[in-house]
Design a protein around this ligand. Structure first.
Ligand SMILES: NC(=O)c1ccc[n+]([C@@H]2O[C@H](COP(=O)([O-])OP(=O)(O)OC[C@H]3O[C@@H](n4cnc5c(N)ncnc54)[C@H](OP(=O)(O)O)[C@@H]3O)[C@@H](O)[C@H]2O)c1
Length: 280
């Protein structure tokens, strides 16, 4: 299996986030630990998990088994909204670290907004967790432009990213612009649209011209805009495929053609709170 060349970082409020990370939702048990270990051995330096994925122990196992220096790995985890009351958040963050067997994570995110608990209280606790040394950086996930506008003035520590669903079949230009204006990174989840990119004719045609797969074109389209991608795979050979996206460039016409794939209803992840959110 080919090793992965150096993966560039994006910088946001002092955080250096590798542009490609390994997504781990639905990866469980030995298979999860093994794919994390392999990804790191191949050259990945960024792993994304969450308390909700029920795999932090295995992600930690993979990190420790990889032999890669801890300081060289960017580990993200996320706090589930039922733990957003201040004391629960602090306890949840400590529990994440115990499961991961780490003294701190690189990035700790609020997984989804929780309208039941005042945002100021949750952000206060998140900032405290950072100041107490449990997380090097903090951020949010699934925050709309309106929620970012509410959060940023009340956060006493920088929010370095918004992790959002982002792929060519969904227009996220407004939230991307809002993040850019505020110096925040955008981290794209479901960046290959849960594998659907593989079947897209436009991506496949553009890929053929560059000797790349449709999935690689899809990921390249995002990283070429400075967007971090965290594709998940359970297959060892796809680890190298998904990271081999820094040796070609999409031209302006190709970028525009891919941007035109966005459609209404292109959202894949639709969770309880999201139905009540005004994404634009
Ligand atoms: N913050 C949030 O609310 C949130 C929500 C969703 C996801 N996430 C994070 O984002 C990560 C990625 O998103 P995701 O897991 O929803 O979807 P994704 O990464 O877009 O797609 C994963 C699917 O694509 C397939 N795949 C991977 N590489 C491929 C390739 N080169 N060619 C064809 N198919 C390929 C995988 O199958 P194989 O295993 O067979 O390769 C898997 O079924 C998650 O794992 C999680 O870490 C965060």
């Amino acid at each position: 299996m080919a090793t992965v060349g150096p993966i560039p970082n994006v910088e946001a409020h002092g955080a250096k986030i590798p542009l490609v990370g390994l997504g781990t939702w639905e990866l469980r048990g030995r298979a999860c630990a093994r794919i994390v270990e392999q990804a790191l051995r191949l050259g990945y330096r960024h792993v994304d998990t969450a308390e909700m994925y029920d795999n932090e122990r295995e992600v930690g196992e993979g990190v420790h088994a990889s032999g890669v220096k801890r300081a060289d790995i960017f580990v993200t985890t996320k706090i589930w909204p039922s733990h957003f009351a201040p004391r629960a958040l602090e306890r949840a963050a400590r529990d994440c670290l115990v499961r991961l067997r780490l003294s701190e994570v690189d990035l700790l995110l609020l997984h989804w907004p929780n309208p039941q608990i005042p945002l100021a209280e949750t952000l206060g606790a998140l900032c405290k967790v950072k100041r107490d040394g449990l997380a090097r950086h903090i951020g949010v996930s699934n925050f709309t432009v309106a929620l970012l506008e509410e959060a940023l003035p009340i956060a006493s520590e920088p929010l370095v990213c918004d992790q959002i669903e982002c792929h060519p079949f969904l227009d996220q230009s407004k939230v991307i612009a809002a993040c850019r204006d505020r110096g925040m990174a955008v981290v794209a989840y479901s960046p290959i649209a849960r594998g659907n990119a593989r079947n897209d004719k436009v991506l496949a045609r553009i890929g053929a011209a560059h000797k790349k797969t449709a999935a690689q074109v899809c990921l390249r389209y995002l990283v070429q805009q400075g967007i971090v991608v965290i594709p998940r795979t359970s297959k060892l050979d796809r680890l190298s495929e998904n990271a081999a996206i820094f040796d070609f460039v999409l031209n302006d016409n190709e970028m525009a053609e891919i941007a035109a794939l966005a459609q209404r209803g292109g959202r894949i992840v639709d969770w309880a709170y999201s139905g009540t959110m005004d994404w634009d």
